[in-house]
Design a protein around this ligand. Structure first.
Ligand SMILES: [Zn+2]
Ligand SMILES: [Zn+2]
Length: 233
């Protein structure tokens, strides 16, 4: 007993010292950045779980006055939240990458899709949603989507969706007027899962091939809408 009563405070102090040393010496959460963090990511999800990353001046992202990591900045933007997230009580789970992924895909696909469909659409009828939104699938699974909806110059409705189910969080489906035209996993996610390191040129090439496959699938889907128009069109 005597031994423990003497040693225990020392161990306790040692632990405290180690803990504070670790906290002080933990660098910015950006891989390979050694700068001192200036702020944690303030994202708190609907279960009151906090993001445990911290960011230096250069790598933090500020949206509506809130400091966020890049993933959660994308999540917040994907949900269409532009102000402070302090009052947002129902944010997706901290580890849910889907809203961020959907937002990322939408940003990359929007310019070529707009260019592709721009010449066919009626200028006044374009419905916009938040970049990502959640709906419940028929079997109760949460489905994250992003959509482009418009009437073409003949008045035919065209509805293009990106969709990712929460129970298959890396598989992207692309639908045109409800018909699936494509599903696949982005190559950079496959590499991350396999722990591959990929040089920038190959990464760029694979991304281009992936996006081109989606654009080709959308074109096929739109063409089949013209060949086999919806009954109520
Ligand atoms: Zn940094
Ligand atoms: Zn975060």
């Amino acid at each position: 007993m005597l031994k423990w009563s003497i040693i225990e405070p020392d161990i306790h102090m040692l632990f405290l010292r180690m803990h504070s040393m670790t906290a002080e010496s933990t660098p910015c959460s950006m891989p390979d950045c050694t700068a001192t963090p200036v702020s944690p990511c303030v994202y708190v999800d609907r279960h009151d779980v906090h993001c445990d990353t911290s960011w230096c001046q250069k790598h933090r992202v500020v949206i509506g006055g809130s400091v966020l990591c890049r993933r959660h900045a994308n999540t917040v933007l994907a949900l269409g939240i532009e102000g402070s997230i302090a009052d947002e009580a129902n944010l997706p789970d901290v580890f849910n990458r889907i809203p961020s992924l959907i937002s990322w895909l939408r940003n990359d696909l929007d310019p070529p899709l707009q260019a592709m469909i721009g010449q066919h659409k009626s200028p006044s009828d374009f419905t916009s949603h938040p970049p990502a939104y959640a709906v419940e699938d028929d079997d109760g699974t949460t489905l994250w989507q992003s959509a482009w909806e418009f009437l073409d110059t003949h008045g035919t409705p065209i509805h293009i969706q990106l969709a990712i189910r929460e129970d298959a969080a890396t598989t992207v489906a692309v639908l045109v007027n409800g018909e699936e035209q494509f599903h696949g996993t982005p190559p950079w996610i496959l590499h991350r899962e396999h722990g591959d390191s990929v040089d920038a040129a190959l990464d760029r090439y694979e991304r281009d091939v992936f996006y081109q496959s989606i654009l080709d699938a959308v074109r096929r889907g739109v063409m089949s809408t013209y060949l086999f128009p919806p009954r109520d069109a």
